[in-house]
Write a protein that binds this ligand. Sequence first.
Ligand SMILES: Nc1ncnc2c1ncn2[C@@H]1O[C@H](COP(=O)(O)OP(=O)(O)OP(=O)(O)O)[C@@H](O)[C@H]1O
Length: 379
Amino acid sequence: MKIEKQQVMKALETISVPGHGQNMVESGAIKNVLVFGDEVVVDVTIDNPSLQAKKKTEVSILQAIHKEVYEKAQIKVNLKVEAPVTENKTPEIKGKPIPGIDNIIAVASGKGGVGKSTVTANLAVSLAKMGFKVGLLDADIYGPSATIMFDVVNEKPLSVNVDGKSKMKPVESYGVKILSIGFFTQPDQAVVWRGPMAAKALNQMIFDAAWGKLDFLIVDLPPGTGDIHLSIMQSLPLTGAVVVSTPQNVALADARKGVAMFQQESINVPVLGIVENMAYFTPPELPDHKYHIFGKDGAKHLAEDLGVPFLGELPLQQSIREAGDIGRPAALQDATEIETAFTEITKNVVEQTVRRNSALPPTRAIEITTMAGCSAVNK
Ligand SMILES: Nc1ncnc2c1ncn2[C@@H]1O[C@H](COP(=O)(O)OP(=O)(O)OP(=O)(O)O)[C@@H](O)[C@H]1O
């Protein structure tokens, strides 16, 4: 069968590149189409370097041509990734840079209770295990939990003198330096702060703290996407954000809002990726079974749909919950499925951070200085 180029263009007008509203032809992503009999060669350029975006683009081109033009067409997709040319749209680090802190990563979730604090704590200890210098700022003013998860409920940050100024010294546990709203409130005290007040308290914990040199400061944000997030994020020099969701529809809808919040113009913080928590359950007596209690691959599909990286999945497992409750994050386990899952996610976060930093204008670029134990950056 002889295929017409016009037919192919029409088929390509029915699909779009992940993250773009316009169709592929209109947005200029399609650079060229060549047709030889039943062979079609499509040159396409996208600006999203994630594997998911590349795969999604390729698959949708194949499907559109097979469906709309000829189901046996032989298609070759030449896909190129080019950074967007509009430089002022490049996400920038906002707020004052903090001397000594190289990367600040916010962990967020749209919905509460999906495991954001659990992922934050385990990400922090995994990074520390890899040899990075790590701090954790628990900014979850509605339900700070870092003090419990790191077994430091009875400790308090001390005051130290740095260059003649009195600063808060973070409490250290499992190689992670921690400051939490929880250190300054009673365990049974509800903290109801408005955005600016919370931002002020958090600013003190960041700028008036003796963090020393850190490769990563991980910030556990409150759940949701309200005003409070805006004030926090506009005042902090965030490198990027990690969004946590379960595969359940109600959580995904909120995670989508979370990603949109980071991507909106006034915030413009790059989303390093999405983590799927409670992805499946495997009973100990049936080690080969996976029960998808909250649905299957929901967060993975959301990542594909939004064209943001998928950072990995974590099972629903009793030991993760227990580890949180006894104050020893599960990623500290040795050679278990859980430890491997957290290591994989952490490597992906490091890789995405490195990519994101290399996309920054050189003057603002921030470098990761320690790569000990992390092969992700060599991928
Ligand atoms: N993968 C998992 N397997 C088992 N339990 C988990 C898992 N992830 C989280 N949990 C448990 O679920 C509960 C909620 O987790 P967590 O506090 O981390 O959520 P969150 O999203 O930070 O909640 P919020 O911000 O609303 O306080 C905790 O009891 C935690 O131990």
